[in-house]
Ligand binder design. Structure first.
Ligand code: NAI
Ligand SMILES: N[C@@H](CC=O)C(=O)O
Ligand code: NA
Length: 428
């Protein structure tokens, strides 16, 4: 049986689990791949550091370049731009195949890296980069290649789902839950990538590129994180039978393709509302397949290592059997939609003076901007805030542009004390 030399770069949350699987499941992997996968070395920063798994000490090296130069397959699990980008380029340029979970790098340089792999008859795979263990990229690239995808919408960041879910179910404070997500190995090295929505935006760019056969970059994604979501927002949503989730949405319409990440209100009956903890789920809508949903562990060392190993076996199978690389589908030019043309429903909270005519003036502004109100609820405030009331409006679908004009005019009304929240609503 052929032996393929495997270099592992990084031995953190995911890398350590990949090392464990390569070492303990070697026989099974060889059967599946049709080749022996020999872990020849693990590039780390500090050889003596304490690890989560037991690995023979002689596998560790600080010389990643030398390791790559002796390898057939390189698994990059360092994270970040550099040296990950240079090391992946080095491997691909010498014809070695690369598996990575580095969504930030792929969202910045995916087009170039895919082209480099193709030029060198090498394979580049990254199932782990989006929604951890969930098989989502291969189904989009292979299983749905005979269909036309119209929308991809999902929970693709485990850390923020873990935080929002805990805030919803236990009323927990944001900071305490973030610390727990970090301890469990879900969060990025710098967790602002999670809570700021950037990790989800990188994944959205990768999903949109594959779903729409084009090349979306991180900058093409409108991105809002969850840092402004308060316990009061979560409680108000709960009171209205809804839940707040950070969604990544890529949608094709006549105006182009819009890709966005933002906190979104969902009715509790929506399937994505039932995604708890660090789990992820992705909805795909295609012209012929209709609606599909993919669900599972989106973060964590072992689940993510499962996706890495799936790619490794797939890459090794082709290396063992030979044969040309499958052609990549032609990249389509794409019109990226301006965010102001995106259409969705909105939930708007207003604190107003409780006096005659206020509702009429608000309704007049919504009507003159073409934004139709679906539901309206008014609650008088307690005595401590006497003379004021809380209004909660949910609109029918309208554009961001129309909504922004409406809100600007509403905020100017003398009777409006504060616009307390504006959230987008999906799944009506
Ligand atoms: N943790 C998770 O749930 C998931 C992680 N990923 C991605 O997988 C990759 C790895 O993630 P984690 O294992 O969680 O990160 P981590 O921070 O736990 O591990 C990265 C390891 O690489 C090492 N490293 C960094 N730069 C190095 C260098 N120049 N030379 C040698 N070692 C270096 C670090 O010391 C650390 O041990 C990242 O790209 C991440 O975005 C993808 C999906 C899920
Ligand atoms: N930090 C990420 C890890 C997986 O991609 C997350 O929380 O989902
Ligand atoms: Na995945």
């Amino acid at each position: 049986m052929k032996t393929l030399k495997v270099a592992l770069l990084g031995c953190g949350n995911v890398g350590a689990q990949v090392a464990r699987i390569l070492l303990t499941d070697a026989e099974v992997l060889a059967d599946r791949a049709g080749a022996t996968l020999e872990l020849t070395g693990i590039a780390v920063r500090n050889i003596g550091a304490k690890r989560d798994v037991e690995v023979p000490a002689d596998l560790f090296t600080t010389d990643a370049e030398a390791l790559i130069d002796e390898s057939d397959i390189v698994i990059e699990l360092l994270g970040g731009m550099e040296p990950a980008s240079s090391l992946i380029r080095r491997a691909l340029s010498r014809g070695a195949s690369v598996i990575t979970g580095n969504k930030a790098l792929l969202a910045a340089q995916g087009g170039e890296l895919n082209a480099l792999a193709f030029e060198n008859n090498a394979q580049l795979r990254y199932e782990a980069a989006v929604a951890g263990a969930i098989p989502i990229l291969r189904p989009i690239m292979d299983s749905l290649s005979g269909d036309k995808i119209t929308k991809v919408m999902g929970i693709v960041n485990g850390t923020t789902n873990f935080i929002l879910d805990a805030m919803d179910s236990t009323g927990a404070q944001f900071d305490d839950v973030l610390k727990e997500a970090q301890d469990l190995g879900y969060a990025e090295a710098d967790p602002t990538a999670d809570v700021g929505g950037h990790d989800a935006a990188s994944k959205a760019a990768i999903l949109a590129s594959l779903a729409f056969h084009t090349d979306f970059a991180f900058e093409d994604v409108h991105c809002e994180g969850i840092t402004k979501i308060t316990a009061a927002d979560v409680a108000a949503a709960k009171d209205a039978g809804m839940v707040i989730k950070l969604l990544a949405i890529a949608e094709r319409s006549e105006a182009g393709i819009g890709v966005r990440v933002h906190p979104t209100l969902l009715r509790r009956t929506h399937p994505l509302a039932a995604v708890h903890g660090a789990f992820n789920a992705v909805f795909v809508e295609a012209e012929n397949a209709g609606e599909l949903m993919f669900y599972g562990a989106g973060a964590g060392g072992a689940p993510t290592a499962s996706a890495v190993m799936g790619d490794t076996v797939a890459v090794a199978r082709r290396m063992a059997s030979g044969g040309p690389l499958p052609a990549i589908s032609a990249q389509q030019p794409v019109k990226v939609m301006d965010f102001c043309d995106i259409t969705t429903s909105y939930w708007i909270g207003l604190e107003v003076n409780d006096e005659p005519g206020v509702l009429a003036s608000i309704a007049q502004i919504f009507a003159s901007n073409g934004v139709s109100i679906e539901t309206l609820r008014q609650d008088s405030n307690p005595e401590s805030n006497a003379g004021t009331a809380e209004l909660l409006l949910v609109t029918h679908r309208s554009t961001e542009k129309a909504l922004a004009a409406t809100l600007a005019a509403v905020a100017d009304l003398a009777a409006i004390k504060e616009v307390t929240s504006v959230l987008r609503v999906e799944g009506n």
